[in-house]
Design a protein around this ligand. Structure first.
Ligand code: ZN
Ligand code: ZN
Length: 216
């Protein structure tokens, strides 16, 4: 699997195109402000877009959906616990002083423990509430990588002060589902640079008791 990052917008949101190098099948994850660049890359690479996967339904991770919908009929997937937030996108936009995009809702649901295949590539879907109720991460175990959305960042963690956020749940999710991955696992995050499990385990100030964090 090859993962390419596309960054855009006021929040420097990272969207991703994940490719199965063997077949050219690909998925788009979190089409935000850079959605047009993502579509252009898929076209340029003659990729076959099979699905759009959303780690969660915050505006910055979904605002490019209409651009993607113009390009493809591929189904959009979201965990059902974030559906209310998707349906409240106008309120999210209003909080940011912006107009709400008119977005067609996701057709399909992501399920905890589910396996998503495209070509010969595989993502395991892991429900990781905390930043939002229906947040998921996508783990490609065979490729030693995970797309972790806004659960954890290089040197930081997802905020929990937005509607539906839960601080305790966020740390439970990180402890149970990120820190249990092999240390060399690459983490592609929703904002900022990529990192690894081991790097965050040993240096992330939110995770290390020495620095006042809560996890060993
Ligand atoms: Zn978010
Ligand atoms: Zn975000």
């Amino acid at each position: 699997m090859e993962v390419r990052c596309f960054t855009g917008g006021d929040f420097s949101q990272n969207g991703y195109v994940a490719w199965c190098e063997a077949t050219g099948q690909c998925v788009i994850v979190d089409p935000g402000a850079a959605a047009l660049d993502m579509v252009t890359a898929v076209e340029a690479g003659a990729g076959e877009l099979t699905a759009v996967l959303l780690t969660h339904a915050h505006l910055d991770h979904v605002e490019g959906l209409d651009v993607i919908r113009d390009y493809t009929d591929a189904a959009v997937y979201l965990h059902p616990a974030d559906r209310v937030m998707f349906d409240n996108l106008p309120a999210q936009a209003a909080m940011l002083g912006r107009n709400s995009p008119q977005l067609v809702p996701p057709e399909r649901e992501l399920e905890d423990g589910g396996i998503f295949r495209f070509g010969e590539s595989v993502f395991k879907i892991i429900h990781t509430p905390g930043h939002s109720p229906g947040h998921v991460i996508l783990h490609a175990e065979d490729d030693g990588l995970a797309l972790v959305g806004d659960l954890v960042f290089a040197g930081s963690v997802g905020r929990t002060d937005l509607p539906g956020g839960d601080y305790q749940a966020l740390f439970r999710s990180i402890r149970a589902h990120v820190l249990t991955m092999p240390g060399e696992t690459r983490l592609f995050t929703g904002h900022g640079p990529a990192t690894t499990v081991e790097h965050e385990r040993t240096t992330n100030p939110f995770l290390i008791p020495t620095y006042g964090g809560e996890l060993a």
